[in-house]
Design a protein around this ligand. Structure first.
Ligand SMILES: Nc1ncnc2c1ncn2[C@@H]1O[C@H](COP(=O)(O)OP(=O)(O)OP(=O)(O)O)[C@@H](O)[C@H]1O
Ligand SMILES: [Mg+2]
Length: 320
C-alpha cells in the first residue's frame, strides 16, 4: 500500500510553531530580568536573544528599513521590551522610533512604543487614568516656576503636594511640597512641575501596593512597607506578599488597559479613609522585589502570555 505523503502529525500545530518563533528581548545583557525572560522563552520553545536598541539600525538599504543585531535579513516575530537604556533626547527618540517601526512592520511588541510613551510621561498616565474614570490623586503638570508657584500657594492651603520628576525613576527625586517656598528652581525639574496631592498617611509606618498585570490578569502583588512615605523597594521599602481584594485587582487591570499596556506594574496607595488611588503605571516594571515574595514565576508568566498571543497571531496569518 502506498504511504500517504500527508500523514497527520501528532504534534499540534502550536507546538511545531513554537520552535520557529524568534523573539528579541530588548534590554541589557547584564539585567537579570531580561536574562530570565530569555531563559523562559527558550524553555517554552521559542528562540530568544538580547537586542540593545542602541545597536539597532534604521537603514533604507534594508528591505524592512530596519536591522536588528543578530537577526540578519529577517525581523524577529516578537519583541519584549524589558528596558530602554538612558540616553540623549535624540537617542531615546530614535530607540522609541525603532519600536514604533517594528510594530508598523507587523512585529508583536510588548509593550509597544505607544504604551511606553504613555507611561514614561507621568502627566499622560495621570490624564489617561483620570479620563477612564479611575481614582488618582488631584494632579497639575505645568511649565515654569511662576505657574507652579501659583498652584502651590493655592493648593498647599489644603495639605501638602508631591513634586515628581516627569520621567520618574524608582522613587528618586520626589519632594514633599508643604508650602510654595519648597518648590525648586526650574533647572532642577527641566522647567516641568508635576504636582500631585499627597494622599499618604502621617506615619510612622507607610505602605502602598505594587501589582503586576499581564495580558489582562493579575500575576503577582505585594504591599511595600517603609518608615518613609516613599516606599519603593529601591529606596528601602520592605515587600510583603498580599492577597489582593477584587477592588484593587480590577483597578490594576483597568489602569493597565487605560494606557493600553500588555503588561505593567501598577502602584496603588490607600488613603487614610481606605480609598484607593492609582499613583502610576509602569510599562517597564522590574519585579525582583515582587518575585521575592511571590510563589509564581513572574518571568515565566509574562513569557507564556506573550507566546500565547504570538502563536495566535502567527497561526492566524498562516491560515488567513
Ligand atoms: N500622591 C502621593 N501621595 C503619597 N505618597 C506618594 C504619592 N505619590 C507617590 N508617593 C509615594 O512615592 C512612591 C513613588 O512614587 P511613584 O510611584 O509615583 O514614582 P516612581 O516610583 O519614582 O516612578 P517610576 O516607577 O516611574 O520609576 C510611591 O510608591 C509612594 O510610596
Ligand atoms: Mg512607582
Amino acid at each position: 500500500m502506498p504511504r500517504s505523503t500527508e500523514a497527520p502529525s501528532l504534534i499540534p500545530e502550536r507546538d511545531r510553531l513554537a520552535g520557529d518563533l524568534t523573539v528579541a528581548v530588548v534590554g541589557h545583557r547584564r539585567d537579570g530580568h531580561a536574562r530570565s525572560l530569555i531563559k523562559r522563552l527558550d524553555t517554552l520553545g521559542a528562540r530568544a536573544s538580547f537586542v540593545e536598541l542602541s545597536a539597532s539600525t534604521f537603514s533604507t538599504l534594508h528591505p524592512s528599513g530596519l536591522a536588528l543585531p543578530g537577526f540578519d535579513s529577517r525581523l524577529p516575530d516578537g519583541v519584549i521590551v524589558r528596558a530602554i537604556a538612558a540616553g540623549s533626547f535624540e537617542a531615546v527618540t530614535r530607540r522609541l522610533g525603532v519600536l514604533h517601526a517594528l510594530r508598523e512592520e507587523g512585529v508583536l511588541v510588548w509593550n509597544d512604543a505607544r504604551a511606553i510613551e504613555r507611561c514614561v510621561d507621568k502627566s499622560m498616565t495621570t490624564f489617561l487614568i483620570a479620563r477612564n474614570g479611575l481614582p488618582t490623586p488631584q494632579t497639575w503638570t505645568v511649565e515654569g516656576r511662576a505657574e507652579a508657584l501659583r498652584i502651590a500657594r493655592r493648593e498647599t492651603l489644603q495639605g501638602p503636594l508631591v513634586l515628581k520628576p516627569l520621567f520618574g525613576s524608582q522613587g528618586r527625586g520626589l519632594r514633599l511640597i508643604r508650602s510654595a517656598r519648597d518648590l525648586p528652581e526650574d533647572s532642577a525639574v527641566a522647567s516641568v512641575y508635576y504636582l500631585q496631592r499627597f494622599v499618604g498617611g502621617v506615619g510612622p509606618e507607610h505602605s502602598d501596593f505594587r501589582v503586576l498585570v499581564s495580558h489582562g490578569k493579575i500575576v503577582a502583588a505585594m504591599r511595600r512597607h517603609a518608615a518613609h512615605w516613599i516606599t519603593n523597594v529601591k529606596q528601602g521599602g520592605r515587600p510583603e506578599a498580599v492577597e489582593l481584594d477584587e477592588t484593587l485587582a480590577q483597578l490594576a487591570i483597568r489602569s493597565t488597559a487605560a494606557v493600553e499596556a500588555d503588561f505593567a506594574g501598577v502602584d496603588i496607595l490607600l488613603a487614610s479613609d481606605g480609598k484607593p488611588y492609582v499613583l502610576e503605571v509602569n510599562s517597564m516594571p522590574a519585579w525582583r522585589g515582587l518575585q521575592s515574595v511571590s510563589g509564581s514565576d513572574i518571568a515565566e508568566t509574562i513569557a507564556q502570555d506573550f507566546l500565547n498571543v504570538l502563536h495566535e497571531r502567527v497561526l492566524g496569518r498562516r491560515t488567513a
